[in-house]
Design a protein around this ligand. Structure first.
Ligand code: NCD
Ligand code: ZN
Length: 358
């Protein structure tokens, strides 16, 4: 219970110290963009599950090792951060390479993108029978499969793609591969929440910061707002409320994966804008606001710092992070700048009084 370490004035908690958090779904990119966004995560997070959807994707253990080296080389002096690497599952992935990368401790998960579902998913899986051997090997060694849970069938309405994926793809895969540990990533629907709840220890679900804050009206009502467009796209309000209930429940199956996904502004503010919300900078402050609204500040630590580590069978982080509620709103830059061009920071649309102090 955080109240043990929190400070209460009267009935209101204004200070909370958490175990240093983990971001169990993060896009760091490469090159100049990596350089620009890495400090935004490393400032607050000890570790992150790093997505492999580079161009070209991170497919082999050797590619993951080289990417990890580039991430560590981009880390500013004095900052500590442990990138937890993933492999991008293709129809040609070699089960033995996956097993060796896992055994060495380098790779913590394999990522399944249905081909065509989202940014850089062209090399993803079309025929799920072709990856059966890899999935069975993963089940045997307990290596989790992270799943982008949307069908890419153009006949399926974009707001239904997650629910349809559960029935058409995810549930059949899980039934056909007993013992496979799965993370349903960035769930956006009540159906996703219910499905994760239907699993026992072998199924987890990540929830993003932005999906706890926005629904589809934020994207589409009163003007189109490209910086709120991400995939899976935010759904109607009832789904946001289901996500909130799951996130603040303390249920160990749900944990934070920000899906912070930077794109330069000129590609977001575009006739065919890229999907992705960039939330690394202010995630912890926004989450404290959300959990306080839900009367669940005492469960923030489970969501950000305990449940995900437990699912991935990692030791909890040693350090702490402290958030303080102040009279003035927290400020952060509107945009992160760097060689890759400006990246707009997620605007929750309300003032946030929780400041990360240490
Ligand atoms: C991600 C990206 O930009 O890489 N975009 C997004 O909208 N979340 C890809 C993804 O996780 O779907
Ligand atoms: Zn993502």
């Amino acid at each position: 219970m955080e109240s043990r370490r929190g400070t209460r004035y009267g009935r209101t908690m204004t200070r909370i110290t958490l175990r240093r958090p983990d971001d169990m779904h993060l896009h760091l990119r490469d090159g100049a963009m990596l350089q620009a966004v890495l400090p935004e995560s490393a400032r607050h997070f000890a570790r992150a599950i790093v997505m492999p959807n580079l161009v070209p994707p991170v497919v082999t253990g050797a590619e993951a090792a080289a990417y990890r080296d580039r991430i560590l080389a981009a880390l500013p002096e004095g900052m500590r951060f442990d990138p937890l690497m993933t492999l991008y599952l293709t129809e040609a992935t070699d089960p033995e390479d996956v097993a060796a990368a896992a055994a060495s401790g380098l790779v913590k998960a394999v990522k399944l993108y249905p081909a065509g579902a989202t940014t850089n998913s062209q090399s993803g899986v079309r025929d799920f029978d072709k990856v059966r051997g890899v999935l069975e090997r993963m089940a045997g060694i307990g290596l989790p499969l992270c799943v982008h849970g949307e069908v890419s069938d153009p006949a399926v309405d974009i707001f239904d793609r997650e629910a349809v994926f559960i029935d058409r793809v995810l549930d059949p895969i899980r039934r056909a591969t007993p013992g496979l540990r799965v993370v349903m990533e960035h769930i956006t629907t009540r159906e996703g929440v219910d499905y994760v709840r239907s699993g026992s220890g072998d199924l987890g679900g990540t929830i993003t910061t932005h999906h706890l804050v926005i629904n589809r009206n934020h994207i589409l009502a009163g003007g189109i707002r490209p910086h709120y467009y991400c995939l899976p796209v935010a759904k109607r309000e009832t789904h946001r409320l289901a996500l909130r209930a799951a996130a603040v429940s303390g249920d160990p199956r749900f944990f934070l994966g920000t899906d912070s996904a930077p794109h330069p502004d000129h590609l977001k503010e575009h006739a065919c804008g890229c999907a992705g919300c960039f939330t690394a900078t202010n995630t912890m402050s926004v989450l404290a606001h959300v959990f306080e609204e839900e009367g669940a500040l005492d469960r923030l630590e489970a969501f950000t710092s305990a449940n995900g580590a437990a699912f991935y069978r990692l030791a909890p982080n040693g350090g702490t992070i402290t958030l303080e509620k102040r009279g003035s709103a927290a400020v952060w830059p509107d945009k992160i700048t760097g060689g890759a061009g400006p990246v707009t920071v997620f605007n929750p649309g309300f003032p946030v009084y929780w400041h990360v102090t240490t």
